[in-house]
Design a protein around this ligand. Structure first.
Ligand code: HMG
Length: 417
């Protein structure tokens, strides 16, 4: 039997505070419907300087290890996908190794390519295991980021922060990956970037949406070609994309998943013999299908709507949200996943939901993690945004979590709760 490889379990960590997105809109003199309906947001996570990408990554990984009973001695690879790391040389992964006392014998590194870095890490880990190079060991892949555009910017309502830790192994209880079918698309574009030394990202917002959709098309077509060749999907009464039970997208804001789904359907409709005689307008109507969006996408967005963009972790928050909503019903079914990182690189891949997915996600208690958060006012959010990144407030971390305590002589010190 072919070796199964994929995601065995996951855990999430989020900043302790959030703002209500309608309240933020009111404070900015914007119709709240623009943020809630136009962007699809409900709440936005607010990370304070103590909750940096190291603290969030370590908190998510500690929770994964504790809740899922992970045997840390079997971890042979640790990858952190992040674009908001804390040092140009020393990786977030090295901090996580130290804070969690993970094996000295493992390989560790950070993967950076904007929001795609987490998927790059997941693929490096999965293919390492599938190739046999892992010799039966497991991998820990952590996606950790803080999305920050700044006060009074167009990107402000699409900020957020958090981390998702993934255990990757030959026992893919959550999602067994279809190794070898992935499609990718890469292009040199300036859609979103953050020059060294800047805290806030720069973005050409509307252009970035076009880059995402263009890269999605290339990645999806690559996957579809291989999936058709392996008879994982086929041209028939339904479109190839309709044969995936659910499709998860990179979610910089929830409405983007809807635009992405329309684009994906366009790729199928343009290539389908059944719609060759349709006019472009008729094809566009079919692509926009609300029924298809509701059936294949909507249920994955609940966490993203309450947290905001988490760059590398956004796609994996959608996976956590989908599993939390529907794991039992999806057992044995194939889903598609689209990762996008500005700059840009996109990858479409697929996998089959495991029979034990419901038990695994129940242990992750994602609702419980969000329920412990505190809603803050817009004034308090603005105060936190204006704090210096190297002078964290001395707050006690919650049990099992980590915070940045201080930076002395350029060395960061963390405290565990
Ligand atoms: P904007 O220009 O302020 O907003 O910025 P808009 O005018 O485009 O309006 C947004 C939506 O709200 C539109 O819907 C409006 O119609 C609607 P659409 O037409 O697009 O469907 N709207 C309303 N709806 C109801 N009631 C109203 C109302 N008014 C307007 N009264 C933008 C929006 C997303 C560009 C901005 O927030 C931004 O720049 N965000 C950051 C960039 C971003 O998220 N890009 C996404 C693609 S790139 C990516 O995903 C990579 C990334 O994650 C980074 C990485 O890879 O590391 C960002």
């Amino acid at each position: 039997m072919k070796k199964q490889v994929g995601i065995e379990a996951l855990a999430i960590a989020v900043p302790r505070k959030y703002v209500d997105i309608a309240e933020l809109a009111q404070a900015r003199g914007v119709d709240p419907a623009k943020y809630t309906s136009g962007l699809g947001a409900k709440e936005m996570a607010v990370a304070d300087p103590g909750e940096d990408s190291v603290a969030l990554a370590a908190s998510a990984a500690a929770r994964l290890i504790q809740e899922q009973g992970v045997d840390t001695s079997r971890i042979g690879m640790l990858v952190v996908g992040t674009e908001t790391g804390v040092d140009h040389a020393k990786p977030v992964a090295s901090h996580v190794q130290g804070l969690l006392k993970l094996p000295r014998t493992m390989r560790s590194f950070d993967a950076q390519h904007a929001c795609y870095g987490g998927t790059a890490g997941l693929m490096a880990a999965s293919e390492w295991i599938a190739s046999g190079a892992g010799a039966g060991r497991t991998a820990l892949v952590i996606c950790s980021d803080i999305a920050r555009y700044g006060l009074n910017t167009a990107g402000e309502p699409t900020q957020g922060g958090g981390a998702v830790a993934l255990l990757v192994s030959e026992q893919p209880d959550l999602l067994a990956l279809d190794i070898g079918l992935n499609g990718a698309s890469t292009q040199d574009v300036y859609d979103f970037w953050r020059p060294s030394g800047r805290r806030e990202a720069l973005v050409d917002g509307h252009y970035s949406i076009g880059c995402y959709l263009d890269a999605l098309s290339g990645a999806y077509r690559g996957w579809r070609e291989r999936a058709l060749a392996h008879e994982v999907v086929r041209w028939g009464d339904t479109l190839p994309s309709e044969q995936l039970a659910r499709i998860l997208y990179h979610v910089p804001f929830c409405k983007m998943a809807r635009k992405a789904h329309t684009q994906l359907r366009q790729c199928d409709l343009e290539a389908s013999a059944a719609t060759q005689n349709a006019t472009p307008a008729e094809r566009e109507e079919l692509a926009k299908s609300t029924a298809s969006y509701e059936a294949q996408v909507a249920s994955s967005l609940t966490l993203n709507a309450r947290i905001g963009n988490v760059y590398t972790a956004s796609l994996y928050l959608a996976l956590a949200g989908l599993m939390n909503a529907e794991a039992a019903a999806l057992a044995g079914k194939r889903i598609g996943l689209l990762s996008y990182g500005s700059g840009c690189c996109s990858e479409f891949y697929s996998g089959v939901v495991g029979a034990n997915a419901a038990q695994r996600i129940a242990k992750a208690n994602v609702e419980g993690v969000l329920a412990r958060r505190e809603r803050i006012s817009v004034a308090e959010y603005e105060r936190i945004m204006n704090l210096a990144s190297d002078a964290p407030e001395q707050l006690a971390p919650a049990p099992g979590e980590f915070r940045l305590k201080e930076i002395r002589e350029h060395r960061r010190a963390y405290v565990a709760g």
